[in-house]
Design a protein around this ligand. Structure first.
Ligand code: MIC
Ligand code: SF4
Length: 639
């Protein structure tokens, strides 16, 4: 029996454990990436680990999220990251050079290697055949220090692509279709490996759109083979030396298989407020649109924006629509500028934003009250745009551009236009905004602005866990709910005491006050708790407010790891009905928690209503030690 791509990489990078579905393995990490909004914390943690220089093949720090310099905070954080990166041997991609995943794909991706990044869309690099995973900042710091990255051996699900996309149907529609089929929980504990004749019809940027938004499935990651199309991309990036052919064995086995027929796909949209709330554009109908936003790490490649430019050429943006465009990288922006496409975009009336995440993370362009916004992004979670009453639809660049002209949601197939874009023979290559680290790091002075506050570190675990239920939330709560991000909060990612005041703000403004009044306590949640962003702030802010445990029906992978890394115990209901029996401010207690960790199961007493219920505590031996020590940093320091 042959190996699939995932097993090939796992086998060649295995440091600890045995590859067996569900079992924990430690793998060697070749490359890491950080971005600024999770990066400050990651580098503070790297400093706290006391290593001299990073030990990966290459680590890169990008600045792309936190770009609106309304005060000194962002610029200070950027300086901190630049200097700390130089000291520890990390490459630094300057603000303006582009979105981490787009630039990584262009300039740093290598088929067959491993990557972890402190951002949940790190799987983008799976588009060239990397095993690329999102992780908490601390896990990235540990990997930079040469440590293994631990995951549960995933199931590998083959997504067999047959046929070929019809004109005006796009890679975005493929991943929206997968989300429609599988939902935001459908990828948990899985890697999606794309195969089939349809693969060779997709360019690398199209593949990267799919692996990028695979994050919304809750998947560990997604991956494509590295083939002739990949070679074409590497040649055009002047990096053919980094290319290898990387294909599954002819008799490779998979745990599951799904077939997607590209011939049958139509333009799709994810309706508010979830990426899996997918329907065909034509069946949603011609709703009036107030804003269209094109960009983000999902759809901001040269190819995407050239298609947009071709649609906009000789047209005007509808008078009631604000169209904003944020190119994914300086390479993309400069190429559009030089070949005239930017002129077509500007002449149509688009507003050009800088090469960064921008509105995708609520950094500006919040829609108006009740505004309908079509976005080529990957997330339309409630409140993420910065306007609670906004209705955000996720669509392809084609649907976005056509609708920007018509003023209503429009199926792009209505436009009879050939917008095929060929891969350029050579991209415009200029790495001058990527700064190499100092040769010897000792002499570099790390510059720390006043906004950088020490992060909270947990205490060793006591004998029992007790506390009141501080909040009870439903299914699919995202880390955007737990620790919202917008232009007002993003500058405070290195200031947990400040951020903690906004913890759960979009769900329950009283949460921080209640947590403080009760001396901390316990969170109760539904299924897929903590989906979305990898921000460990969604664990650090609750830790700061005294949260000791989260009892949920189930957890999303990265957030569960972040809770454990911070010594907050993730527990899962044995019977989901027990969730219904718990009320806000009920007093819960778990006696002899240390034995409970080892047994993997325990009884929770509800002192308020006298009931008892069982919870699982699914932790590996390593994780148990982390929890006992009060977090991974403590356990690393002890070792
Ligand atoms: C996101 O898309 O939610 C973010 C902002 O890129 C996050 C990282 C963060 O919260 O800083 C992510 O995807 O991990
Ligand atoms: Fe940036 Fe949005 Fe991509 Fe997150 S999803 S990395 S905020 S562009």
């Amino acid at each position: 029996m042959g190996d699939n791509l995932v097993y090939k990489i796992l086998k060649s990078h295995l440091i600890e454990g045995t590859i067996d579905i569900g079992k924990e393995i430690g793998i060697k990490i070749d490359r890491t990436l950080t971005q600024d909004s999770t990066g400050t914390m990651a580098y503070l943690q790297l400093e706290a680990m006391g290593i001299d220089r990073v030990k990966t093949k290459k680590s890169i720090a990008f600045i792309d999220h936190n770009m609106l310099q309304q005060g000194f905070e962002n610029a200070d954080d950027h300086k901190f990251i630049q200097t700390v990166a130089s000291k520890y041997g990390v490459y630094f991609s300057k603000p303006g050079n582009g979105i981490c995943h787009q630039v990584f794909l262009e300039r740093f991706s290598v088929p067959g290697e491993t990557l972890i990044g402190s951002d949940s869309h790190t799987p983008t690099a799976g588009g060239v055949g990397m095993l690329a995973m999102g992780a908490g900042g601390l896990d990235v710091a540990l990997a930079m220090g040469g440590g293994a990255y631990y995951i549960a051996t995933p199931k590998v699900c083959k997504i067999n692509l047959i046929g070929k996309l019809k004109p005006m149907v796009s890679a975005k529609d493929i991943i929206l279709e997968v989300l429609r089929k599988l939902t935001v929980k459908g990828g948990v504990s899985r890697v999606f490996e794309y195969a089939g004749e349809g693969v060779k019809t997709l360019s690398v940027p199209q593949r990267a759109t799919i692996t990028n938004m695979g994050a919304e499935l809750g998947a560990t990651t997604s991956i494509f083979p590295s083939d002739e199309k990949t070679l074409e991309y590497f040649k055009a990036q002047g990096r053919e030396d980094d290319w290898i052919e990387f294909k599954p064995d002819a008799d490779a086995v998979y745990d599951e298989e799904i077939i997607i027929n590209l011939d049958e796909l139509k333009p799709l949209a994810a309706k508010p407020h979830s990426p899996d709330n997918v329907e065909e554009v034509e069946s949603i109908g011609k709703i009036k649109v107030d804003q269209v936003a094109i960009g983000s790490c999902t759809n901001s490649s040269y190819e995407d924006l050239m298609k947009v430019a071709k649609i906009l050429k000789d047209n005007k943006v509808h008078e009631d629509v604000s169209l904003v465009i944020a190119p994914g990288s300086r390479q993309v922006m400069e190429m559009l500028a030089r070949n005239g496409a930017l002129g077509d975009i500007i002449s149509a009336g688009a507003r050009i934003l800088e090469n960064s995440c921008g509105p995708c993370i609520g950094m500006g362009q919040a829609p108006g009250t009740d505004g309908v916004s079509l976005r080529t992004f990957n997330r339309n979670f409630y409140g993420r745009s910065g306007t609670l009453s906004a209705k955000v639809y996720l669509v392809s660049p084609e649907t976005a551009a056509v609708s920007a002209i018509s003023g209503v949601l429009t199926d792009p197939r209505e436009l009879d236009l050939d917008i095929k874009v060929e891969m350029p023979e050579r991209f415009l290559i200029d790495d001058s905004m990527i700064i190499s680290p100092a040769k010897e790091g000792e002499d570099v002075e790390v510059v720390r602005g006043p906004n950088i506050k020490p992060f909270p570190v947990n205490k060793e675990l006591g004998d029992k866990v007790e506390g009141k239920v501080l909040i009870k939330v439903e299914d699919n709560i995202t880390t955007d709910h737990i620790m919202p991000s917008n232009s007002k909060l993003l500058p405070f990612r290195s200031n947990i005491p400040y951020l903690a005041e906004y913890c759960f703000n979009t769900v329950d403004e009283e949460f921080p006050r209640r947590a403080k009044e009760n001396n901390g306590g316990i969170i109760v949640a539904g299924n897929n708790y903590g989906q979305g962003s990898s921000r460990e702030h969604a664990a650090l802010a609750p830790l700061y407010l005294g949260v000791k445990a989260v009892i949920a029906k189930s957890f999303a992978r990265i957030h569960k790891a972040n809770l454990i890394n911070n010594g907050i115990i993730p527990m899962e209901f044995e019977a989901e009905v027990d969730y219904d029996k718990i009320g806000l401010l009920d007093e819960l207690v778990i006696e002899d928690i240390k034995s409970a960790l080892v047994n993997g199961k325990t009884i929770v007493k509800n002192l308020t209503n006298g009931s008892l219920f069982n919870v699982y505590i699914n932790l590996t031996e390593k994780e148990i030690n982390v929890i006992k020590s009060g977090g991974r940093l403590n356990s690393v320091r002890k070792a």
